[in-house]
Design a protein around this ligand. Sequence first.
Ligand SMILES: NC(=O)c1ccc[n+]([C@@H]2O[C@H](COP(=O)([O-])OP(=O)(O)OC[C@H]3O[C@@H](n4cnc5c(N)ncnc54)[C@H](O)[C@@H]3O)[C@@H](O)[C@H]2O)c1
Length: 480
Amino acid sequence: MVKICCIGAGYVGGPTMAVIALKCPSIEVAVVDISVSRINAWNSDQLPIYEPGLDGVVKECRGRNLFFSTDVEKHVSEADIVFVSVNTPTKTRGLGAGKAADLTYWESAARMIADVSKSDKIVVEKSTVPVKTAEAIEKILTHNSKGIKFQILSNPEFLAEGTAIKDLFNPDRVLIGGRETPEGQKAISTLKAVYAHWVPEDRILTTNLWSAELSKLAANAFLAQRISSVNAISALCEATGANVSQVAYSVGTDSRIGPKFLNASVGFGGSCFQKDILNLVYICECNGLPEVAEYWKQVIKINDYQKNRFVNRVVASMFNTVSNKKIAVLGFAFKKDTGDTRETPAIDVCKGLLGDKARLSIYDPQVSEDQIQRDLTLSKFEWDHPTHLQPMSPTTVKQVSVVWDAYEATKEAHAVCILTEWDEFKTLDYQRIYDNMQKPAFIFDGRNVVDVDKLRDIGFIVFSIGKPLDPWLKDMPAVA
Ligand SMILES: NC(=O)c1ccc[n+]([C@@H]2O[C@H](COP(=O)([O-])OP(=O)(O)OC[C@H]3O[C@@H](n4cnc5c(N)ncnc54)[C@H](O)[C@@H]3O)[C@@H](O)[C@H]2O)c1
C-alpha cells in the first residue's frame, strides 16, 4: 500500500489530504502536525476549520485510510510520499523583513524528514514558497541524507477557501513541477498517478520545478490584481456617478477578460494574496527588477487605499467623528463560507474605526469572540505562525463586543458596516434593524450585498462601494 504523510494539518493540508484519502481508498494518508489542539480537533466532531462539505469527506475516511496524528516522525519515516504544507509567513525581521517568506518552519520540516527517513522518499512542496525553495530543500535533504534518495516536487495548491472541497473534487488544473532528470520524471509520474484517480489527465500539468513554484505566486498576483483593478475603478465610479457593478459587468462580458473576480469590495484578504505578492516583489528586487517589483507592489497599495477609503467614508459621513458611537460590524471573515480571518479587511477597518474611538459590536456567523480579539491585538504578520507559538491570551479591546446575532449587533447603533458577503445579510429584516437604530441611521456596505434603493426607502443613508453616492455623502467627501 502506498503511504502518504502530510506535514501541516491546516486549511490546505487537512482538506487536500481528506480528498486524496476519499478518492484513493488504496492509499493510506496520515496528516501530522505539531499542534496538539489542531490534531485533537481533526479527530473530533468539531473540525478545526469550517469548510462546506469537509465534514462528510472526513467522516467517510477517518479511521479507514485517513489518520490525524501528532506522531510526526513515525508517519514521515513510514511514508513513500511526504507533502509539506506548513506555514510560510512573511519575515518580520532581518534580511527581507516585511516581504520575504520566512522558511523557518519549512526548513525544520526538511531537516526532520532527513533525520527520520530510512527509505527513499518523494518530498512534495504543497505550501506556497518562493521560487527556488526546492533547490534549498534539496540541499538540506541531500546533505543530511545518509545515502537515502529524495526527489523534490512542487505541487502548489490552488483551492479557494469556502469552496475548497468543490475545487479539490474538480480542479481547473493540478500542477506538478519536478527535475528534468529520469528520477525527477519518475517522481512526477508517481504523484500524477495519485491525482489520476479522479482528475482527468489533461488537467494534470507538468513543468520544471521553478515554473511550478512561480506559477502559484503569479496566479495569486493576477487574481489579487483583478480585485485591485476593479476597486480602483470603484473610487472613480463614486466620483463620477458611474455604477461599478454595471461597469464590471460590461468589462467582464469581453471573453478575453471574463466575468469572475470583478466584484468591487472593501478589499481582498485571506492568508495568501498579500503574502504571496510581497514575496513576488522581493524576488523581483533580488533579481534586479525594481520596475517589475513596483508594478506588483501597487496591487497591495490599492488594497490598503480601499480599506482606508472605506473607513474615511464612514467617519466623514457621520459628521467627521465616530467617537463613542456604536457601530455594528456584520461579518469579520475574509469572505463568506469560511471562518478564516487571516488578513481579513475587517481587521484594518475595525482598527481604523477604533482609532477614531468608535465602539464596535461585531457579528460573524463563523468567527468566535476569542479569534476577533486575537486578530485586533496581534501585530502584523504574527498571525501566520503555528498557533502554539502565538501569545496565549492577548489583551482584549474594551471598545469591542462580539455578539451572536445581527439584530443584537445593530440595536441602538448609529451605523452598520457590512464587511463580509454572507448570504444571510441579504435577507435580514432591515426595517426592524432601522427601527432599533439611532437616527440618522447609516449603512456602509463594503461588499455590495444590500438592495440600496429598498434601504433608502426605509430611511437609511446608504453607502455602497462604487455606486452612485447618496446625496448625504456628496456633501461630505472622504479623502483617503
Ligand atoms: N489557505 C489557503 O487558501 C491556501 C491555498 C493555497 C496555498 N496555501 C499555502 O499553503 C501553506 C499552508 O497554508 P494553510 O492555510 O494550510 O496554513 P495553516 O497555518 O492553516 O497550517 C499550517 C500548519 O502547519 C503546522 N506546522 C508548522 N510547522 C510544522 C512542523 N515543523 N511540523 C508539523 N507541523 C507544522 C502548523 O501547526 C499549522 O497547523 C501556506 O504556504 C499557504 O501559503 C494556502
